[in-house]
Every structure is written in C-alpha cells, then in structure tokens.
Design a protein around this ligand. Structure first.
Ligand SMILES: [Fe+2]
Length: 402
C-alpha cells in the first residue's frame, strides 16, 4: 500500500530532488524500513542498520539481464554505471527491496540476501569458524581421526574430516597403508597437490640431501613452511613411513591462539605484526638444486573489514634481512615479535604427537606451526603440500562455512 503510494509520488519527488537530497527519506513496510540518503540507501532489517551505496546496488542487481544464474557471473558492465546513479523509485514488497533506475531497469533484492551480504553483517561475522586451542583444549575435544576405508569411500566421513580441519587447523586419517602411493591417494581425496621445488610427493630420510635442516636428525623449532613463497603452501601433509629409533615427535602449536593472546594483551604489538612487511628467503645451492625464493608479507595477516586472522608467517630460520622499516620501528617490531614468540613457546600451547606408520596428518600451514624433537635411527617421512583453495572449495561444496 505504502509502496504503491511512494511509486505514485516518485515523479514529484524526483523534481524536488535538489531540495531534499540532504534530508533523510523515510519509507516503511512491515518488515523493513529504509531511508534514501545522498549516495546510499539505509536499510533497517533484522535488527541491523545497513547502508548500501547506489552504484553497488546497481552493480549487484540479480535480474536476468544483470546476472547469469547459470554461471553465477555478472553481466552488468560496471564501467558503464553512472557513478552518481540514484533510483527513481524505491519500495519493499514481499520481502524484497525493489528499485527502478532512471533507464527504467528494475532491480529486486531479497531482504535476507541484502542482510547476508551487507558490510555491517560481514564486519561482525567471521569468514571461517575456528576453535582456537592450546594442548588441553585440543585433547579435551577428543576429535576422532578419520579411518582410511571410510574416508576414501564415504562423503559423510570426508565432510566430518573437513569440518574438523576447518575448526582446528589439523586433522588425522588413521590406517593408511605406509606407502607414498597410499599417502598420495589420501591427500587427493582432500585437495590438489601443490608441486614445489621439493617435488610433488616428497619422501626423505635424514640424509641432508637438500640444503635444509628438515633433512637432518636435529630438532626443529616451531614454524610455518614456505614463508618464502609469495603465497605460502596452504596445507602440509606428513606420513611417517618408518622409524627405527627414538624421539622425533611432531610439535604442533595453534598460531592463531597465540596471536589472539597478543591481540588481547598488547593490541599495539598485534598491529605492528599485522602491518610491517617482512621478507622471507630460501637460497639453495646444493648439487643440482639451485633456488632463490622470496616471500614478502607481515607475520600476522588479517582481513581488513573484520580483523580476522587468516595467515601467520612465522619462520625464524627463513626470515630474511629486515630492511623495510626505520630503526626505531625495528625495535618495536622485535618487542612485538618477542611477545608472540613467548606465547608460541608456552609449554601449555604445545601439542606433541608421535606420528607412526598409518597415521597421516593434515596441517593448516596458514595457521598451525609445526616442529619436531630430535631423533635417532632411520626415520622415513613422506608428504606433500596441498592447495588451500581446493580444500576450502571442497568444504563449501559440502555446505560448510569456510
Ligand atoms: Fe617445516
């Protein structure tokens, strides 16, 4: 009723646009209230006030002419939208916001779609749900490992595995045959293998065949891998095929748990670690292997709209020369880095796992740090890196938030 009255009044309102353009225009319906502002529409719906820019609204029109529902791709030529566009008429009907543009095109948006996609909603929600953990939290959660047969054959088992992986950043599959081939098969159930300079599937013993401490019997402090890639590898997979000796437990630390402690205790230190770009570097000149890679980015990476952590680059072995900030900032950065390191090194944050033949671990290399204690005897480990995009895509296809 009110909507049709507004549509009738619209031509008159348009003529007096100059007079009222700085005043709030208030329209109401049973489920939503909107105000027409100078360059945006303010919508009150579901208890949240939201603002939608007019160009954004035209750009996000979901009519058949503007958006292809078969391919889920935009048809609108964004470069042709008048940047001072405003709707000629606006109403709310049957749970939809309906706008008529100056060229006569009509756009309809369901109110729930607008609420789901508003900045105000996204600002208050996380992209990926996570349960941050220290050793006790993880152990008390009693997360079951997937079982090889079920994992390979049941989509329900795969979905449970993916949910655990998303929430905790680590997940296990047990009962995998202790071969490189079976390890490869189990990883391909999850994602695509990311081939690197270390190969597609790698398998190594402590033979120092590459110029990296990983190829020794030495302990390795906690770190994330491939920080020297512009995009660090998304997932690390380990499978211990054989170990005739002692030691060699794997250390796991939730980097986001530690980083959130820093954010709570010293927001200014968190900001420094999230804003100062650091270079990591890998230089190798061993036998046939010649590499020189660099990756640049802050230690902590957060989404700018909701401050959610999505990537930690922490590798003291591979961190290169700091030369991107002046000396006084360097001092403050070291203090911030020390606080993060202190949190990462707290014994209560360390989860120690003995990897044995048959147990394959998947580690979110953008979140969980890994390390190991020193060991004796022959230890044969295999594994690979997986792409992050594809595991998250698989999770979303199962309806999981990721
Ligand atoms: Fe590593």
């Amino acid at each position: 009723m009110l909507g049709s009255l507004i549509r009738k009044l619209q031509p008159a309102l348009k003529q007096t646009q100059v007079l009222w353009r700085h005043e709030k225009q208030i329209r109401a319906c049973s489920s939503a209230t909107f105000h027409l502002l100078e360059d945006s529409l303010e919508l009150h719906y579901g208890g949240t006030p939201m603002r939608f820019n007019y160009v954004w609204l035209r750009d996000h029109c979901r009519s058949a002419a503007s958006y292809n529902p078969q391919t889920n791709q935009r048809n609108v030529d964004t470069g042709s939208i008048d940047l001072s566009i405003r709707p000629d008429s606006t109403s709310v009907r049957d749970g939809h916001l309906v706008l008529t543009w100056p060229d006569g095109h009509v756009s309809e948006y369901s109110l729930s779609w607008l609420a789901d996609h508003s900045y105000e909603t996204k600002k208050q929600s996380s992209v990926q749900p996570r349960i941050l953990w220290n050793s006790d939290i993880y152990k008390n959660a009693n997360i079951p490992s997937a079982k090889w047969d079920a994992f390979m054959n049941s989509d329900d088992e795969l979905k449970k595995f993916l949910q655990n992986y998303i929430l905790y950043g680590i997940a296990f599959v047990d009962g995998v045959p202790a071969t490189v081939e079976a390890t490869e098969a189990v990883t391909q159930r999850v994602s695509l293998i990311r081939e690197t300079t270390y190969g597609r599937m790698w398998s190594f013993t402590s033979d120092f065949s590459r110029g990296d401490t990983a190829y020794s019997q030495l302990a390795l402090d906690r770190h994330t891998d491939t920080t020297y890639f512009q995009e660090p590898c998304g997932i690390q997979v380990f499978h211990c095929l054989k170990h005739e000796g002692s030691g060699g437990r794997t250390l796991l630390v939730d980097g986001f748990y530690a980083a959130e402690k820093v954010r709570q205790q010293s927001p200014e230190n968190f900001e420094l670690l999230a804003n100062i770009p650091i270079r990591h570097e890998y230089v190798e000149n061993t036998g046939d292997h010649r590499n020189h890679m660099t990756g640049i980015g802050p230690v902590l990476n957060v989404y700018p709209w909701n401050s959610e952590l999505y990537l930690i680059r922490y590798n003291n072995f591979d961190r290169s020369v700091i030369n991107t900030v002046p000396h006084d900032v360097v001092q403050r950065w070291y203090m911030a880095h020390r606080e993060l390191t202190t949190e990462l090194r707290r014994p209560e944050n360390e989860l120690w796992v003995k990897l044995s033949p048959g147990k394959v671990i998947f580690i979110d290399n953008w979140r969980v740090l890994h390390g190991r204690e020193s060991f004796t005897g022959l230890r044969q480990l295999c594994g690979c890196y997986l792409t992050r995009d594809d595991i998250l895509s698989a999770a979303r296809c199962f309806g999981l938030q990721a």
